[in-house]
Design a protein around this ligand. Structure first.
Ligand code: BG6
Length: 494
């Protein structure tokens, strides 16, 4: 990972000059994430001086119209106050090229734009292609880049989901390898750009006290929840093809799980880290359909672009088993859903109870010790313990040891910004390898080919009731919102 201090006063001199081409430039991801991310990086002087962006999509658009589109995106989704002066400087570097492989199979229009950009901005012929397009569009774009010779020496970032099943992922990998060497390919999953996800590695592998208990002897179960309160936000067509298994489980949840379950890598060298992630995926049993609950929120079928009889899941909960010496017998429960009670991503490890309960007189039996990584919002780590309730007699109560990221200042860059810099630098540590995505699909194959029917749930709930049965006799862990946890209260109030 590039953790080097970054030059200030000009562009970042440690990055090579380059042009970034965003395919799907008028789409949702570019609007919400990529254009605001590049704009912020530019303002923070993280980009090279010799840098330009070419937006590419199938529609005809002038440079000016694309700049207007980008400006609206930055105003709406950028996280710093909009500054017109800074915008003008950034906008100068924005260009547009119509790129439709059906009418221009060698993407020659884009090739010409790149030559102009090279002449004006001196990017020395370097390009990074970001495919922010649905998975079905990826193969023809890769073929277009190959036909036009644009692949030579370039980098390519492929947005998730990578294919839509094992077969299509293998085909896409094969197509990519016709045009690019593995060293040129960056399969992105923005969860790996999150500080709190990366922190799992720091926490596990730099603190001697946890690793000895990080196994089946001491851990009872592991839960990963990625709950969202938003719905599909107008992405009906994309979501109908994708659904929560492909959009979230095969990607963000499996990636997070590998960080929790992996063996210590010998180094953070990209391939050593990815070797260990792949070993976890290989130890995961393909998920049986009866270990899965799928749900759909009431009202989803009325969303634009959604079939009135849609069986697409907006919620998935899975029980996962990892057959290796560290984890055999420990269930991993993962779940994700849209329109749930609130946004909350957390990883929680519950420890086994003590061999027998010494304190028999207690009114409330001791709870399980649990360690929770709060990935978002309210980023931090908490440990729940049993303590003696102050006063006479031996009664127990639950206590929380808590660390809040807020106290350390918020991270400067968001997940996409971090990963864009890593890709521009050519560092693969936080990107997925070919075998990793393929194995992640293989684990899900039984469910994708024979999915259970979806159960409906009310928006604002925690998902379908069947998910409670899936985890029985355990319970889903939910960290209370900050105001109930006391995290935002002053020390005197706590
Ligand atoms: C994206 C999914 O990858 O992740 C979206 O396509 C989802 O459906 C989003 O809303 C969640 O990301 P985050 O960072 O808000 O947890």
């Amino acid at each position: 990972m590039s953790g080097e201090p970054v030059a200030t006063g000009g562009g970042d001199r440690s990055l090579d000059p380059q042009a970034v081409v965003i395919f799907g430039a008028t789409g949702d991801l570019a609007r919400r994430k990529l254009l605001p991310a590049f704009h912020h990086l530019f303002r923070e002087r993280r980009l090279p001086d010799r840098f330009a962006i070419v937006g590419a999509a199938r529609s005809e658009l002038s440079d000016d119209a694309f700049r207007e589109h980008a400006r609206a995106a930055v105003e709406q989704f950028g996280h710093a106050p909009f500054d017109t002066g800074a915008w003008e400087e950034f906008a100068r570097r924005l260009h547009y090229a119509c790129a439709d492989t059906a009418t221009d199979p060698a993407l020659s229009g884009l090739g010409l734009r790149l030559q102009e950009v090279d002449r004006d901005f001196g990017v020395e012929g370097r390009s990074l292609f970001y495919l922010a397009t649905p998975p079905t569009a990826h193969p023809s774009i890769v073929q277009g880049l190959l036909n036009g010779g644009l692949n030579k020496g370039a980098k390519v970032v492929i947005e998730k989901p990578f294919g839509w099943d094992l077969r299509s992922a293998m085909q896409l990998n094969a197509a990519l390898h016709q045009a690019f060497d593995e060293s040129q390919i960056f399969r992105i999953d923005h969860y790996l750009g999150k500080e709190t996800v990366q922190n799992i590695l720091a926490f596990r592998f730099t603190n001697g006290m946890f690793e000895p208990v990080w196994n089946r002897r001491y851990i009872d179960n592991v839960q990963i929840t990625v709950a969202e309160d938003i719905g599909i936000e107008g992405r009906g067509a994309f979501y109908e093809e994708t659904g929560s298994l492909r959009d979230m489980i095969q990607t963000h949840l499996f990636q997070t799980l590998t960080f929790v379950a992996m063996e210590p890598p010998v180094s953070l060298d990209p391939d050593r880290l990815r070797d260990e992630k792949v070993r976890v995926l290989r130890s995961m049993k393909p998920v049986a359909p009866d270990h899965v609950v799928l749900g759909q929120y009431v009202g989803y079928r009325n969303e634009e672009g959604v079939s009135p009889t849609s069986q697409t899941p907006t919620y998935s909960a899975l029980r996962i088993e990892i057959d290796n010496w560290r984890w055999a017998g420990v269930p991993f429960f993962v779940r994700t859903g849209k329109r749930l009670e609130r946004k909350m991503t957390e990883i929680s490890l519950a420890f086994r109870p003590v061999p027998y309960n010494l304190i028999e007189t207690t009114a409330e039996p001791p709870g399980k010790d649990a360690l929770t990584f709060r990935v978002q919002p309210d980023e931090g780590i908490s440990i729940h313990l049993n303590i003696k309730r102050p006063g006479s007699g031996m009664e127990l109560q639950r206590a929380e040891l808590d660390f809040d990221y807020d106290e350390m200042g918020s991270p400067l860059l968001d997940a996409y910004e971090t990963l864009l810099l890593e890709a521009m630098e050519g560092d693969h540590t936080l990107f997925l390898r070919e075998d990793e995505v393929e194995r992640a699909w293989e684990v899900l194959e039984p469910v994708l080919s024979d999915p259970p029917t979806v159960d409906f749930y009310e928006p604002g709930s925690w998902g379908p009731r069947e998910a409670v049965r899936l985890i029985h006799p355990w319970h889903w862990h939910v960290t209370p919102p900050p105001k109930l946890r006391g995290a935002n209260r002053s020390p005197e109030e706590r």
